[in-house]
Design a protein around this ligand. Structure first.
Ligand code: DGL
Length: 273
């Protein structure tokens, strides 16, 4: 197949990465996609780095077999602890979530006090702090990070407007508020679904959606490499998406629709090795 017409491969620990795929479809609607969700082993966010690296290798090998032209590591946890592992394995471009979001946060922040929220693994890796410090020209930058492990199950239970979400968010964000951050990186696939609540609790703070900025980076990268798909019928924009998962739970379709914004076709069940 001509390089341009190969699909973009996106993988995540589960269904959350569909929030990233949603952004890719927004910016690259003519592309075709292969989405792999390791739903049998989600969550990755509380696991050791070694395990996340092993899982990431298996997901990468699966996408390489599908002959994708670009790999998008939609999972912030994998992007934080195993991006090098994926890059070493793949002989094609790889886009992670950290650098695009860090760059956007620096551009958005005026007082250079930036908050980062993510899973335990993402926060303890310090990946965002390292990227923000490296990308920011000034030494004045201050990064305040907070692991918010209970946000993932809360979003998956559809409780984003529930009082429990507000209580939890108040608790998690208290310290970041005290530090007067003006920008908050949503360093997890699930957090964009909490944006209305976070905007309400942090008025005036810019929220950075890592999937959105990764998609913008992908547009630039594919255009520079001359690998954008050749446009098909201009008037019919319907990306072809093939879904692969390692488990289909009873809530799969409902959850997937919430993350992606439209109903998904039947996924194919696969085993990773
Ligand atoms: N996809 C993960 C992330 O963005 C959240 C879910 C998990 O812990 O696996 O970090």
């Amino acid at each position: 197949m001509a390089e341009n017409n190969k699909p973009i491969g996106v993988f995540d620990s589960g269904i959350g990465g569909l929030s990233v795929l949603k952004q890719f479809i927004r910016f690259l609607p003519y592309e075709n996609y292969i989405y792999l969700g390791d739903t049998a082993r989600v969550p990755y966010g509380n696991r050791s780095d070694e395990t996340v690296m092993r899982y990431a290798t298996e997901c990468t090998d699966f996408l390489l077999k599908q002959e994708v032209k670009l790999i998008v590591v939609a999972c912030n946890t994998v992007s934080s602890v195993a991006l090098d592992t994926v890059r070493k394995r793949a002989n094609i471009p790889v886009i992670g979530m950290i650098n695009p979001a860090a760059g956007a946060a620096i551009r958005a922040s005026v007082n250079k006090k930036i908050g980062v929220i993510g899973t335990r693994a993402t926060i303890s890796s310090n990946a965002y702090e390292i990227a923000l410090t490296e990308l920011c020209q000034s030494n004045e930058i201050k990064v305040y990070s907070k692991a918010c492990p209970l946000f993932v199950p809360l979003v998956e239970e559809g409780m984003v407007y529930h009082n429990a979400a507000r209580l939890l968010a108040d608790e998690y964000l208290e310290e970041l508020k005290l530090h007067e951050i003006d920008t908050l990186v949503l360093g997890c696939t699930h957090y964009p679904l909490l944006s209305p609540l976070l905007t309400e609790l942090l008025p005036g703070v810019s929220l950075i959606d890592s999937g959105e900025h990764a998609a913008v980076n992908a547009v630039r990268l594919l255009a520079e490499d001359k690998k954008l798909v050749k446009e098909r019928d201009e008037y019919i924009i319907k990306p072809e998406i093939k879904f692969f998962v390692t488990d289909v739970s009873p809530t799969f379709y409902d959850l997937a629709q919430r993350f992606l914004g439209f109903p998904v076709d039947s996924p194919k069940l696969v085993t990773l090795e």
